[in-house]
Design a protein around this ligand. Structure first.
Ligand code: AMP
Length: 194
């Protein structure tokens, strides 16, 4: 079993309007603190991002925020984090988020969240890292995205094996358990001309 000491969470910079998502964000923050897992995230004090960070801190957990200078200037950065790292740009931020984390969890969010999820999943598909990636499908939020991924397989744009790289669950504890059990493929399934 993998030891998880830090998890990077990708999620909305907005709070959205689904109370179940809002409550689950707080539960995730609490669960990370209780399991002694450091939260790594985008450093905002707003939205689902802020809710998770505050819940982790309230339950005496460690939180590292990583934010590029141009976002820090917008005064929405959480200034009460255990550690705040300022990067030159988004690319440096995402590389650092990857390096500092043992696993990734995506909670509900908007296009920024999707971009982060698919970049880290692409890197795993290419064998650039071997860390588990979870999708917390709270209250069916990602059902349509999962259907789209299945369509990619059906139409021959995504291999079944690569779809399995994304670990999907709607419960925090079972998702964490699956992340711990994840075994990265020996060889990435790269493109071939066969
Ligand atoms: P979205 O899902 O579109 O709300 O975007 C979420 C992602 O956008 C975050 O994980 C960050 O990468 C980025 N982001 C947007 N606003 C902020 C902010 N105020 N502070 C830090 N990151 C932000």
């Amino acid at each position: 079993m993998r030891k998880l000491t830090s998890i990077c969470v990708f999620c909305g910079s907005s709070e959205g309007n689904d109370i179940q998502i809002i409550e689950t964000a707080k539960e995730l923050g609490k669960a990370l603190a209780n399991h002694n897992i450091e939260l790594v995230y985008g450093a905002a004090k707003i939205g689902i991002m802020g809710l998770i960070a505050n819940a982790t801190l309230t339950h005496k957990g460690k939180v590292t925020g990583i934010v590029p200078t141009f976002l820090k200037l917008r005064e929405v950065v959480h200034l009460g984090l255990t550690e705040l790292i300022i990067t030159k740009n988004m690319h440096e931020r995402k590389l650092l988020m990857q390096n500092r984390s043992d696993a990734f969890i995506t909670m509900p969010g908007g296009i920024g969240t999707l971009e982060e999820l698919f970049e880290i999943l692409t890197w795993l598909q290419l064998g650039l890292h071997s860390k588990p990636i979870g999708l917390l499908n709270v209250n069916h939020y990602y059902d349509d995205l999962i259907v789209m991924l299945q369509k990619m397989v059906e139409k021959g744009f995504l291999s079944k094996d690569n779809l399995k790289l994304l670990i999907i669950d709607d419960q925090i504890d079972t998702l964490l358990e699956k992340l711990r059990k994840f075994k990265a493929p020996q060889k990435p399934k790269l493109l071939t001309n066969e």
